[in-house]
Design a protein. Structure first.
Length: 115
């Protein structure tokens, strides 16, 4: 079964050279995350403009959290994740950034270290 075929939507996190790191979440299967050729994708713009309130959400997965909320004409994004791989192998990370609409797109800029 081809879960991720043409016409499916993905979340793109990073771009490295000719590849993008994409997250695909099927309706009834575990997510798939990996590097795919950037030329395989096209950016789709919403047919109707969305306000910042449309982005407000709070995502939870076990103890991992990601919150998105409008703040001063931008989107405030804040979250933390911890993964315990066993045997003392622990990975953790977090994000705290803001995004302002620019030319119909949302972009994130991380704060300088220590902020």
């Amino acid at each position: 079964m081809d879960l991720m075929g043409p016409g499916k939507s993905v979340v793109v996190a990073h771009r490295y050279q000719a590849f993008v790191c994409a997250w695909f979440q099927p309706k009834k299967a575990p997510p798939t995350v990996g590097w795919l050729p950037a030329v395989s994708f096209e950016v789709k713009r919403s047919a109707t403009p969305t306000g910042l309130n449309a982005w407000k959400s709070s995502w939870r997965y076990f103890d991992n959290v990601l919150d998105i909320a409008p703040k001063k004409g931008a989107l405030a994004v804040k979250g933390v994740a911890i993964w315990n791989g066993g045997g003392g192998n622990v990975h953790d990370g977090g994000v705290e950034a803001s995004a302002a609409p620019q030319e119909g797109c949302r972009t994130l800029r991380t704060a300088p270290a220590g902020k």
